[in-house]
Design a binder for this molecule. Structure first.
Ligand code: 1HN
Length: 353
């Protein structure tokens, strides 16, 4: 037995391929390179959405459209490499939502998992599954799949935040369900601070609630004051990772694992002047600059960023972060598709040789 070799002319082949079309069949061998590359070549473009450009447009949206018409007044962060898909990376969506004083984003629930990372706000809230969570700059609020949620601004200034969802994945799988609640807000059943008191008091947890894996974190609110303190305290005695600096994951206290079934959330501190070493992984990410000024090299692309900018990192792209300040730390929030890739056995990483 041997590998066979046939000598059809180009003309014969083209006519054969044409003939196949009527049967909705196509040869694999003409598309092999696209279907099965040697390694991933992401269509996702490394890209920065600068706050100085995006904030005025978010405010403009709030002058033009109400939350009743819009349901969610969100500017979608459209990856320029993804041909108009509602996607910031292959699997992750990022959007900028604005809620003006006195407005609410009405109650609904959906299968996509969502998170809010607050950029600008004097207060206001997101209610999730019967509890209201404050929304102050740097706070992270989770909205697990199928949880009722609404947002409200009872302050005097606009609230603007970053929405992170697994929307591209959910739409690819064609499993998007969505319900509108019968009222603008859903009933509040928990007193303020309940989730944080139960699940966010160091590692102390109540004994009378079952500690089982619900898929998503029972702690749904991670206030910035505690997050920042955790990083600063850790940085006193630790150097962190060569590749990620002082990178911490927001975890589900019931499992120690990722906060939601499809999305993992991280916060990282780059010390003054820190430059991480280059590596790459199959996971893709959306980053948000909480504080600081620097750049991220993604392959040959330099992404300059400063406070409140949002940028994205394609999967399997070498990247390194640089804090350009010699005196101030930089803080980067990020969310990734790590849980999906882990569940399916697709995690790989590599340091730059
Ligand atoms: C959504 O429901 C929210 O609940 C935010 O605030 C952004 C983007 C696409 C689809 C649904 C929210 C969204 C979204």
């Amino acid at each position: 037995m041997e590998i066979s070799s046939k000598q059809a002319t180009e003309e014969e082949l083209q006519s054969y391929y044409k003939e196949l079309e009527q049967y909705n069949v196509a040869p694999l061998w003409t598309a092999m390179a696209d279907i099965q590359g040697k390694e991933p070549a992401s269509k996702v473009t490394p890209y920065v959405w600068p706050w100085k450009d995006i904030r005025p447009q978010a405010i403009r949206a709030s002058e033009l459209v109400g939350t009743e018409q819009a349901e969610r007044r969100v500017l979608r962060l459209m990856n320029p490499g993804l041909g108009g898909r509602t996607a910031t990376t292959q699997t992750l969506f990022g959007g900028i939502q604005t809620v003006l004083p006195g407005e609410i984003s009405p109650a609904h629930r959906h299968t996509p998992a969502a998170l809010r990372f607050i950029i600008e706000s004097d207060g206001g809230y997101t209610a999730v599954g019967g509890e209201r969570f404050p929304m102050l700059p740097g706070d992270l609020v989770l909205t697990p799949p199928w949880a009722w949620h609404d947002h409200g601004n009872d302050t005097k200034n606009p609230m603007i935040w970053l929405d992170g969802l697994d929307l591209p994945l959910v739409n690819f799988l064609e499993i998007s369900f969505h319900d509108q609640y019968s009222e603008p807000t859903h009933p509040i059943t928990e007193s303020p601070g309940t989730s944080l008191a139960k699940y966010g008091s160091m590692a102390l947890q109540p004994t009378w609630t079952e500690r089982k894996d619900e898929g998503s974190s029972p702690l749904m609110y991670y206030p910035w004051s505690r997050t920042r303190e955790a990083l600063e305290r850790l940085a006193m005695g630790e150097d962190g990772s060569l590749y990620d600096g002082m990178l911490m994951e927001y975890t589900n206290p019931a499992t120690g694992g990722h906060v939601m079934p499809t999305i993992a959330c991280f916060i990282q501190m780059l010390r003054p002047g820190e430059r991480t070493k280059s590596h790459r992984h199959t996971t893709s990410a959306v980053y948000h600059v909480v504080e600081g000024k620097g750049h991220t090299l993604v392959g040959d692309t330099k992404l300059d960023w400063e406070s409140k900018d949002t940028f994205c990192l394609p999967g399997w792209a070498f990247h390194e972060h640089v804090n350009e300040s010699s005196t101030e730390p930089a803080f980067l929030f990020s969310y990734t598709d790590t849980p999906i890739l882990e569940a399916l056995g697709f995690m790989r990483d590599e340091v730059k040789p």
